[in-house]
Write a protein that binds this ligand. Structure first.
Ligand code: BG6
Length: 467
């Protein structure tokens, strides 16, 4: 590691892979949104090997923004004015010389590597040797390796040049308004904060359901599967926000320190904790091996061995081609003594539900007396907060702004990434057989057994638990 530490706000933004898909889908719209919020007024330099020039890059940005709603024309024009372009091979020192020249007087650039991880080593070396890494920050995207060993190798490559405090690993779930809102809500409310522990919480379940399939990404997905694609990162990040101790503050490392402790407290999953599924027809998808055993669905049971959570199961299920697209967290509370619930049968236990997407909501499941002569109850759900539609600040917009400011609190830190790989390490690949499920169902029926003694999985579409 040789680069000097980055301080203050970045004074240029460089993005490698400028002509690629990620730039088109996420980066241009996020940059335009940053410009609109007056958060970006420094040179923005795209780098790629496509034989393009600046005009061609601007045209690409125009096409990308035309595909997105809600971008102000004025902000778009200002962004085009900031754009620069450097063309060349990443293995050619000349490319980085040209980049350094384009950076001009910038002393603290932010480099966004929107390129396959296999190229990170080459680009990082080029940045270093051209002097473009000094005082710089680097942003990378998942996958952060495909297991613990490869994640460590990747980190070693980055650490040759960049200190950990200058590395910003994007997990876009951490940029979601509702995910941040979950941590805030559970800590900020005195009716909840004192009961957020094993004495009152029976179980926690996190569902990330998607009604679509692999959406043209078959070749990638087949090497990945649901555990690597969304559990090791998004789901375990959400779990750690549910389970972490309240942070001492909202400073850069306060939240990350507490989250890393949670991940380290999760014993590695055993095959008996995990049900893998694959939807019928998956192996007919383009790019997917005919005999593929990759999972398009996973349901699992984890534990967090801390004083707060000892004995409380944390269930996660995630999958493609499920009945609905929705992500939510449900914390079921323990039942009160028989005096109430027992007498009128099996009502729902109280719960707190956080809907994270596509809409944002927080609700409480409660028992009230049913109208009538008897003292029997009925289940109701009290909406505490509802925010229809997408959040105002899109994840990439928020996260790029954070990285420009040097605020790493909403990025994945090396120790947390590695701890998450340790959790899933022994259930990757064919450690358990994949069960077939029909598209449009909640995965293989075996998944139901995991939660059977804790009220079952809750269907995000209804106030009723699935029976
Ligand atoms: C990505 C996964 O990280 O997250 C995709 O690779 C998944 O498979 C996506 O569909 C979900 O993100 P979101 O924000 O739509 O819930």
């Amino acid at each position: 590691m040789t680069g000097s530490h980055a301080h203050g706000r970045s004074d240029a933004l460089v993005f490698f892979g400028a002509t690629g898909d990620l730039a088109y889908k996420q980066i241009f719209p996020a940059l335009a949104a940053l410009v609109a919020r007056q958060r970006l007024d420094v040179p923005v330099i795209g780098v790629a090997k496509s034989g393009w020039d600046r005009d061609r890059l601007i045209k690409r940005a125009r096409d990308s923004l035309a595909d997105h709603e809600g971008i102000e024309a004025q902000a778009a024009d200002r962004l085009y004015g900031l754009l620069r372009y450097v063309d060349g091979d990443y293995a050619d020192p000349g490319t980085f010389k040209a980049l350094r020249a384009e950076l001009g007087g910038a002393r603290a650039p932010l480099h966004y590597l929107a390129i396959p991880p296999a190229l990170f080593g080459t680009v990082v070396k080029g940045l270093h040797e051209s002097g473009s890494a000094d005082g710089a920050r680097v942003v990378i995207e998942k996958p952060f390796g495909h297991d613990l060993a490869s994640a460590q190798e990747l980190n070693a490559v980055l650490h040759q040049v960049f200190p950990e405090t200058s590395i910003f690993r994007i997990d876009h779930y951490l940029g979601k308004e509702a995910v941040l809102g979950l941590l805030y809500f559970r800590c900020a409310n005195s009716f909840l904060e004192p009961i957020w522990n094993r004495a009152y919480v029976d179980s926690v379940q996190i569902t990330m359901a998607e009604d679509f399939g692999v959406a043209g990404r078959g070749a990638f997905y087949d090497q990945t599967g649901a555990i690597r694609d969304v559990v090791q990162n998004h789901m375990l990040q959400v779990l750690s926000l549910v389970a972490m101790e309240p942070p001492a503050g909202y400073g850069h490392e306060d939240i990350r320190d507490e989250k890393a402790k949670v991940l380290r407290a999760i014993p590695p999953l055993r095959p008996s904790d995990v049900i893998r599924g694959q939807f019928s027809g998956y192996t007919d998808e383009p790019g997917v091996a005919k005999d593929s055993a990759a999972e398009t669905f996973v349901a699992l049971r984890a534990h967090v061995d801390t004083w707060r959570w000892g004995g409380v199961p944390f269930f996660i299920r995630a999958g493609k081609r499920l009945p609905v697209t929705a992500t939510e967290v449900l914390a079921r509370l323990r039942r009160p003594p028989d005096a109430n619930a027992g007498r009128d049968g099996d009502g729902e236990a109280n719960y707190v539900r956080f809907r994270l997407s596509p809409d944002i909501a927080i609700s409480l499941g409660a028992r009230i007396k049913a109208v009538g002569e008897t003292m029997t109850g009925t289940d109701v759900e009290l909406a505490l907060h509802e925010q229809p539609g997408p959040a105002q600040l899109a994840p990439y917009d928020r996260l790029l702004g954070d990285a420009m400011d040097g605020d790493a609190s909403r990025f994945a830190r090396e120790d947390a990434v590695e701890a998450a790989w340790t959790v899933v390490g022994s259930v990757l690949g064919d450690a358990t057989p994949p069960h077939r499920y029909q598209p449009g169902t909640w995965g293989p029926e075996q998944a139901a057994s995991l939660t059977a003694r804790h009220g079952g999985w809750r269907d995000p579409r209804s106030a009723e638990a699935e029976k």
